[in-house]
Design a protein around this ligand. Structure first.
Ligand code: ME8
Length: 521
């Protein structure tokens, strides 16, 4: 089969699957863009990538929201799963599968992992009584809750309202995995960034209770094998989506042997516990390998404030793209926010990135070199000629980007990758200004050609490296640099721009953002 003859290393990457109980917001867009950037980078870097995203459609939260809207949970899921998919498509998210936990193969996979955990002696029937947050779909111990002035009980960590829950429930022997989990977090282990890992290790060290993994008071979920009065706790089926996506339970088939274990699950910080405590324990119990890494990114706020429907400051990703442009939004989010830290969205922030980093720095560098080439070099890549020390310095700086930029992308440090690239863009602008090719045009045309060749080569390297972040703009940039389709991989960085390559008429790739007239001060 194709998979057997494909010698490329594999890379399986996932986002969290979102609750489709409402429309997606830019927090969801942020995670999708970051994960897409990683997937695109790995593809360009020679990997056979499998990239999955999707929706988490079961559970009490979905059931309650549907009841409020007077529709069935499936209708609610259908409507909003379509909205999430439309968002991903508008963002250029290059997923291989958009999984929905109501997909038939996912029921099979969820029941299969349950049966494996049960066969391993880790599931027992008892009754649960304790606090539950429907908003978080999470159980909380007494010590994790507080009673507020309104007399109601809330989660200390997330501030969501809790309800007392008492019902027959299957339990998973989570407590049995405490030591193994602590070992997992040792050294550089499993969960990133480190601050999150330390928090989780602290939580595990404080003692793990067995986990209630089924519910009987509602029925919107995957039936427990052999006891259909129970549906699985939504997180059991949700986490299993990562296995469904590679063909589980067919563990001997191509897809599974090729892509499992996943290389990285990209998630938000609020769900680190589920991914770094419950998920490894489920997998060990089921006799399956653990994903290599879980990366928990920070939260995105609107001008420093939490986005919420009641405050009315939830940002629609489509509106953002319409206003600023897709690549501009992708660039802003990844350049502005340190991946792993919280970040903030604001109009002024995005406009300043668009005009300074994109239009002035990269856009101008490309446009002024390319328009000089168009006018003075017959619209073709000029002669390299003899390189001076200054030429060599900037060329080396560009070519030396590959190591640190690859390391940054591999470590999901997108802001670092972009920061490094933009240092070279700034250096190259200074180089261009200092060399004054517009003066050389009259005094030393051969030298002018060398300066222009050098600048085009730097722009080529930059364009190749920014493809994962800004696919459309980078493609345009590589088009105006006359780069053939088959010379756009990361490996092609080690080449040089070919003298004599015919160049199309240069068109600006990064327009400035102009404030709508009505808003101008
Ligand atoms: O948690 N900023 O779904 P979800 C950044 N179904 N990221 C944010 C965010 C914000 N303001 N708000 C949410 C769930 N996210 C579960 C996941 S995975 C097996 C099941 C992130 O729709 C959040 O951290 O509440 C999560 O990674 C993703 O968006 C989906 O959140």
């Amino acid at each position: 089969t194709a998979a057997e003859t494909d010698a490329r290393p594999t890379f399986y990457v996932t986002t969290a699957i979102s609750y489709p109980n409402g429309a997606p917001h830019i927090g969801h867009a942020y995670e999708a863009i970051a994960t897409d950037t990683l997937a695109r980078f790995k593809r360009l870097d020679g990997y056979d990538v499998r990239f999955m995203t999707g929706t988490d459609e079961h559970g009490q939260k979905m059931q309650q929201t549907a009841e409020k809207e007077g529709i069935s949970p499936k209708e609610l899921a259908d409507r909003n799963a379509a909205a999430f998919k439309a968002m991903d498509d508008a963002l250029g998210v290059s997923y291989d599968r958009f999984i929905r936990t109501t997909d038939d193969d996912h029921t099979v996979a969820s029941q299969a992992i349950w049966e494996r955990m049960e066969a391993n002696g880790d599931i027992y029937l008892d009754s649960y009584s304790g606090w539950y947050s429907v908003r978080d779909e999470a159980f909380y111990g007494e010590d994790e809750t507080e009673v507020r002035v309104d007399g109601l009980r809330y989660s200390k960590e997330t501030g969501t309202e809790l309800t007392w829950t008492e019902e027959a429930s299957y339990f998973f022997r989570l407590s049995a995995y405490q030591d193994r989990l602590l070992e997992l977090y040792e050294g550089e282990g499993f969960l990133y960034p480190e601050a999150r890992r330390n928090e989780i290790a602290e939580f595990v060290r404080s003692g793990l209770r067995d986990l209630s993994i089924s519910r009987t008071t509602f029925d919107w979920g995957v039936p427990v094998p052999g006891d259909p009065e129970h549906v699985m706790y939504v997180w059991v089926d949700a986490l299993t989506n990562y296995l469904t996506g590679v063909g589980f339970p067919a563990t001997d088939d191509d897809a599974f042997t090729r892509y499992w274990p996943a290389d990285v699950h990209v998630i938000g910080k609020d769900i680190a516990r589920f991914h770094s405590v419950y998920w490894p324990a489920f997998l060990w119990s089921a006799g399956l390998e653990l994903p290599r890494k879980v990366f928990a990114h920070g939260f995105l706020y609107n001008q420093g404030e939490k986005m919420s429907k009641s405050v009315g400051n939830v940002i629609d990703p489509h509106a953002l793209i319409g206003e600023y442009g897709l690549d501009q939004v992708r660039f802003f989010l990844l350049r502005e926010v340190s991946f792993g830290q919280d970040g903030s969205y604001s109009h002024d922030g995005i406009v300043s990135r668009i005009n300074a980093d994109l239009a002035n720095d990269l856009g101008n560098l490309a446009q002024r070199s390319l328009s000089m080439v168009a006018k003075n070099c017959d619209g073709a890549v000029p002669d390299m000629g003899e390189l001076t020390e200054a030429d060599r310095a900037i060329l080396d700086a560009a070519h030396d980007l590959l190591g640190p930029v690859r390391e940054a992308f591999d470590g999901l440090q997108f802001h670092r990758a972009l920061e490094a690239i933009w240092r070279v863009v700034a250096d190259c602008n200074r180089y261009f200004t200092a060399q004054e090719p517009w003066v050389l045009r009259k005094t030393d045309p051969a030298r002018m050609q060398t300066v222009l060749w050098t600048t085009l080569e730097v722009v080529r390297v930059v364009a190749l490296l920014v493809q994962p972040v800004m696919p459309t703009s980078a493609e345009k940039l590589l088009d105006v640099l006359g780069q053939p389709e088959d010379r756009r991989q990361i490996a092609d960085i080690s080449e040089r721009i070919v003298v004599g390559t015919a160049l199309p008429k240069p068109t600006p790739v990064f327009p400035r953002y102009e404030e709508p007239a009505a808003l101008q001060g």
